[in-house]
Design a protein around this ligand. Structure first.
Ligand code: SF4
Length: 455
């Protein structure tokens, strides 16, 4: 399918081929689904939200509920205020959520709709809430949309007069419900009382009960978001996804956050647990030390198969940096590290990470890149393994590469949203998958007399 990708690299400025990102509202919609009894609302035309919902549903294999202001030509010319007012009234009348979380689209941003003014002026039932964030899709990516929506919840709802509490705020970034469950397990083992915002577990990985619930039981409650204003501190995981929420909490309530990488692999999970221990005053339990020890044991056992193998890692910036950190710890050589989300900070962080392992020489890192870039690099200087989202499958087929799926979106396989990649347990499972992919390939390629049963 991608056999025609040319080896010769020409400069491209205004063209993306097989992009590695999607638009801001996808992230905003996903963030809003992580708040209890919240209806995500897309302020634009129906086509946008139809695409956003479909995209999320294809990854999570769960319905992603959202409503739309349903712009037509009239709203596009005269503004979408009337559409938003009638939408909000209909949503509360028909579906009875506790809160509507509005995000914008390219169209409503381009015509300059003032969501602050619309929301201030509209009639909202006494016990209900409407919040918003701006998500212009011609800048940033779904990662920025997620960050903006979480910050939006904080700006509207976090209460600086909330009584001081013993809780630690956790902003988990754009991760799967399986990862959020793992974070909650780690927090539970540490005995830390926390407020997770957002929390899509129980919403986008809800059990099959035979009864459809528009608003499942999961999600951060409105009271919890208010109580963030009295938290003893917060951990903002994933610099690209969680810095905005951290700044919003500091600005509105004066609560400090520690912004740090997603806890992928050994060292980043160590950092997360130590930060948690510092902020909560709780020791790291032996159970977690044992999990760490098992991971290290596996890394040592399988090291001959990891060591020196060249890989490419692509996807969302926080996830890619986390995967690259784990890959380096395993002994792999991340030769190409690329994200579609723009931002020079990614390139600097990826470069610094590679340098810290002495692997920067000959490696390429790129933000605002695409899979065409990656394919051309691979054609010129091949690799042994591809790690990333479903969008890599054509490239893996074209170049006959072992392919480990990780990140967002995984559209062509089942169960990935349930599986944790973070923490020591997530790293162990991911390391097993990587080792399997490498060793399956060795088995397929070797002569019959070299096909070993025992490694
Ligand atoms: S028009 Fe903008 S908001 Fe709508 S789907 Fe396209 S990029 Fe996304």
């Amino acid at each position: 399918m991608l056999d025609q990708t040319p080896k010769e690299i020409l400069e491209r400025k205004a063209l993306r081929i097989n992009p590695l990102k999607t638009c801001q509202p996808v992230g905003a919609l996903y963030a809003a689904l992580g708040v209890r009894k919240c209806m995500p609302h897309s302020h634009g035309s129906q086509g946008c939200v139809s695409y956003h919902r479909t995209f999320l549903t294809r990854h999570f294999k769960e319905p992603a509920v959202a409503s739309s202001s349903s712009f037509t030509e009239g709203a596009s010319v005269f503004g979408g205020g009337a559409n938003l007012r009638s939408s909000v009234k209909n949503i509360f009348d028909l579906y009875d959520p506790d809160i509507v979380a509005v995000h914008t689209t390219c169209l409503s941003e381009t015509i300059g709709d003032d969501l602050n003014a619309y929301i201030l002026e509209m009639e909202i039932p006494d016990d209900k809430l409407v919040v918003h964030c701006n998500t212009p899709s011609y800048v940033g990516s779904h990662i920025h949309g997620h960050a903006n929506m979480v910050a939006g919840f904080i700006k509207y709802l976090a209460d600086k007069r909330a009584p001081k509490n013993d809780k630690v705020g956790v902003f988990p970034g754009f991760i799967n419900p399986g990862d959020i469950r793992e974070l909650k397990r780690l927090l539970g083992l540490m005995g830390v009382d926390y407020i997770m915002l957002p929390d899509q577990s129980g919403v986008m990985d809800g059990p099959m009960t035979g009864v459809y619930e528009m608003f499942p039981e999961g999600g951060t409650t409105i009271d919890e978001i208010r109580a963030l204003g009295g938290a003893k501190g917060a951990l903002a995981l994933g610099e690209f996804c969680s810095t905005e929420p951290a700044l919003a909490l500091k600005t509105k309530c004066g609560v400090d956050s520690k912004v740090m990488p997603l806890p992928f692999g050994v060292s980043q999970t160590d950092s997360f647990l130590m930060a948690l221990s510092e902020i909560s005053g709780r020791p790291i339990p032996k159970e977690l030390e044992d999990e760490r020890g098992r991971l290290i044991d596996l890394m040592l056992d399988a090291n001959p198969y990891f060591y020196g193998r060249r890989c490419a890692i692509f996807g969302d910036p926080d996830t890619v940096l986390g995967l690259a950190s784990l890959a380096l710890e395993l002994g792999l050589k991340p030769k190409y590290v690329i994200t579609g989300t723009p931002g020079e900070a990614f390139e600097k962080k990826a470069q610094a990470l590679l340098e810290s392992f002495g692997e920067a020489e000959g490696a390429k890192v790129k933000a605002a890149g695409d899979l065409f870039d990656l394919h051309q690099w691979i054609k010129n200087d091949p690799i042994d393994l591809l790690i990333g989202t479903s969008y890599g499958k054509q490239l893996a087929k074209a170049e006959s590469l072992p392919f480990v799926r990780a990140g967002f979106p995984i559209l062509d396989r089942y169960g990935h949203a349930y599986q944790a990649l973070i923490g020591y347990e997530g790293a162990l499972k991911l390391a097993v998958k990587i080792a399997d992919a490498i060793m399956d390939r060795l088995d397929m390629d070797c002569a019959d007399e070299d096909l070993e049963l025992v490694m």
